[in-house]
Design a protein around this ligand. Structure first.
Ligand SMILES: C[S@@+](CC[C@H](N)C(=O)[O-])C[C@H]1O[C@@H](n2cnc3c(N)ncnc32)[C@H](O)[C@@H]1O
Length: 181
């Protein structure tokens, strides 16, 4: 579960094995271009079928899209070696980025853009507190050492937002197409 902001220098693998999964073929193609020595598979977290294999799993900004989060967590627990660790970063609450959500609602209503945005899907899996996330992972055997919801504010020009959205749409369509703040 790879992060698109990394580049070849960050992801060069000198020793050990690094695997990356994503169910979007476009995202995997993009990841291949930006990395070296990583084995990628077009696969969802719900299909992860490793056992006692990894020391670390990192999942960046994908958890909110999992159709069966419990199955995915169970798979991750099984894929980790005893004492292995998992790190998850994701937009946490339902209203994860108020400005972005409001903008999407507007373009969905606007007659100039509503046709284009009619298939737009919002991410669906959210819990509202860090405690709920902690309990979810504990249910599948994890000892949670850190669970926190942080409010992160960043400012972007319209061009930056457009570039980011375009990049993501190119990679994901038709399976999904949304970014988080
Ligand atoms: C916001 S992007 C993040 C991509 C990448 N991890 C990053 O940090 O740049 C969300 C990603 O979650 C992926 N995704 C959606 N459902 C998934 C699932 N069930 N298992 C794993 N990844 C999934 C999407 O295909 C998409 O590439």
């Amino acid at each position: 579960m790879w992060n698109w902001q990394l580049n070849k220098k960050d992801t060069k693998v000198d020793e050990g094995e690094v695997a990356g999964i994503d169910p979007s073929p476009g995202m995997i193609e993009e990841a291949k271009k930006r990395s070296e020595g990583i084995v990628f598979e077009v696969k969802s977290a719900e299909e992860l079928d490793y056992e006692n294999h990894f020391d670390v799993i990192f999942c960046n900004s994908a958890f909110q899209w999992f159709r069966e989060p419990e199955k995915a967590i169970e798979n991750c627990f099984r894929a980790l070696k005893s004492g292995g660790r998992i790190g998850i970063q994701a937009p946490a609450k339902k209203v994860y980025c108020p400005n972005f959500i409001e903008a999407i609602e507007r373009v969905k209503r606007d007659e100039r853009t509503r046709d284009i945005f009619k298939h737009f899907k919002s991410p669906w899996f959210f819990l509202e507190t860090a405690e709920e996330y902690r309990k979810l992972f504990e249910k599948f055997g994890f000892r949670v050492v850190f669970s926190k919801i942080e409010c992160v504010k960043t400012r972007h020009t319209p061009e930056e937002v457009f570039d980011n959205l375009l990049f993501r749409c190119n990679c994901w369509l038709p399976e999904s197409g949304v970014l988080h703040c």
